[in-house]
Design a protein around this ligand. Structure first.
Ligand code: TYD
Ligand code: MG
Length: 465
């Protein structure tokens, strides 16, 4: 077997045969590491030898169809994000910051499946029901493979999450060797497997430490092959740092069927599960959880988390945001003071900084606020991260409300702001308005009843005096 040297970027997975100080793909410095790759493939360009490796072509009617039967994870928020449960033989990557709760969530799934629990039915009405997903009764055994924690550590955690560990079919094994894990899967044929985490896997067949791109790719390839041939769903855990998708998960996401991302601020209990890629369902659904003492609890009414002292004080304005197919209300809080600095402070948490700067410029020009002399702090209550432009108006009004000390009680603002200060129609306005009305908010400001931010600001000042 021939061994060649490759340099692989640890951030984005870019490969090059010669060393470079800066990765031409992602532009980062000193991220290229050397790997010895053993190539067993003999490259040839001759047409004859190519033919030998070619698969025969077949009519579409004769193509083997992958079974797309799904099983419920026992957690309806997760089933919804997966597009209605997990598909047999599929490989899912659950990515997220270290310590965000990936192992906790998956251990809960493992316990649910091995106890035959079915996803709870929805009461919210805004979400698709998962009651049509077959229950976990077809799941006979679940294997949780931990490369990070010992079996007893996993058991300790399981004891916090479930009271009934005696009668379930959850099996544990602690291993970091992908080849050994594939043999374990082949021998025991569990009906569901969780591998925690892909970064800890290291095969002796390959140079490079665990967590290197080569090892991650190798491990993932083996697990994907095993999942497809044994027709069992496999969930891989992948750690991702805040700065972005690191080498492993970045290259992994192309290989797996589904990529789920678990996010949230560590100091709040709120966790949001999103699907970034799904070969078997939509990618815009979200699941909302709250990290509690006995694991991740599903949150059916996000308002309970995101609405703080809603609308009782100046600086607080609500908006209705859409995540996936759900509409829910979130509270924007702003604190505005006159600055003593040459460059006033802008602190945005949960909203895009550049969006905030744009909104401040619009407020200065069209609502006559002296924003260039103000320190502005904007926060989304409950640790939620908003990327929805429909929140523009609520951010603007929260800033206005804080500066002028005007309380906007029982008000929900839903509109994107244009550079001319005009209110623009957001997507799915009716759905958002309906959600606001459902929760008893009667004053809803939208492009339907106001045209311009200046007009709203003027009116608010008149009514407050
Ligand atoms: P964990 O699932 O280990 O995170 P990850 O696998 O993504 O690295 O979660 C770790 C955190 O969750 C840790 O700080 C403790 C907390 N936690 C709870 O708050 N409640 C629980 O029931 C459990 C099991 C953990
Ligand atoms: Mg973990």
């Amino acid at each position: 077997m021939k061994s060649t040297t490759m340099f692989v970027c640890q951030e984005c997975g870019y490969e090059t045969p010669k060393f470079l100080g800066r990765c031409p793909e992602c532009g980062l410095w000193n991220t290229l590491k050397e790997f010895k790759i053993q190539s067993s493939k003999v490259k040839t360009s001759s047409a004859n030898s190519l033919n030998k490796f070619q698969e025969p072509i077949k009519p579409i009617s004769a193509v083997f169809q992958q079974n797309s039967d799904r099983i419920s994870t026992g957690i309806s928020e997760m089933d919804t994000v997966l597009g209605g449960g997990i598909v047999l033989g599929s490989v899912t990557l659950l990515a997220g910051d270290p310590g965000i709760g990936k192992s906790t969530l998956l251990l809960q799934v493992a316990l649910n499946l091995s106890e035959g629990k079915k996803g709870s039915k929805e009461t919210n009405g805004t979400k698709s029901s998962v009651s049509s997903v077959p229950s976990a009764s077809s799941v006979t055994s679940v294997l949780y493979i931990s490369g990070e924690e010992s079996e007893s550590q996993v058991k300790l955690r399981a004891q916090r999450l479930s009271k009934n560990l005696k009668n379930n079919q959850l099996f544990l094994v602690s291993s970091t060797d992908p080849d050994a894990i594939v043999s374990i899967l082949e021998e025991n044929k569990p009906s569901f497997a969780i591998i925690d985490s892909i970064q800890t896997m290291a095969s002796e067949n390959l140079d490079g430490l665990s967590g290197s791109v080569g090892q991650i790719r190798y491990g993932a390839t083996q697990f994907i092959k095993a999942a497809k041939t044994l027709n069992i769903p496999v969930i891989l855990v992948g750690h991702v740092t805040k700065e972005g998708m690191v080498a492993g998960p970045m290259t992994l996401s192309h290989m797996v069927d589904t990529v789920l991302f678990l996010e949230g601020e560590k100091n709040t209990g709120t966790r949001i599960l999103r699907s970034l890629k799904n070969r078997f369902g939509p990618i815009d659904e979200v699941g909302i959880f709250s990290m509690q003492e006995n694991g991740m609890a599903e949150v059916k009414n996000p308002e309970s988390l995101f609405l703080d002292k809603a609308n009782k004080e100046a600086g607080s304005v609500l908006t209705a945001t859409i995540e996936g197919t759900r509409a829910f209300l979130v509270e924007i809080q702003a604190l505005v003071i006159y600055s003593k600095l040459a460059f006033p402070k802008r602190v945005a948490s949960g909203v895009d900084y550049r969006r905030l700067e744009l909104i401040l410029a619009i407020l200065q020009k069209h609502a006559k606020l002296p924003t260039d002399t103000l320190d502005v702090f904007v926060n989304v209550a409950g640790g939620f991260r908003l990327s929805d432009p429909a929140a523009d108006l609520a951010i603007a009004l929260a800033i206005f409300s804080s500066l002028k000390n005007v309380v906007l009680s029982k008000t929900v603002a839903i509109a994107e702001l244009g550079l001319l200060g005009e209110l623009r129609m957001p997507s799915l306005l009716e759905k958002r308005v309906k959600e606001a009305k459902k929760l008893g908010f009667t004053k809803v400001i939208t492009p339907k009843n106001y045209k311009n931010i200046g007009e709203i600001a003027k009116q608010l000042l008149v009514t407050s005096n």
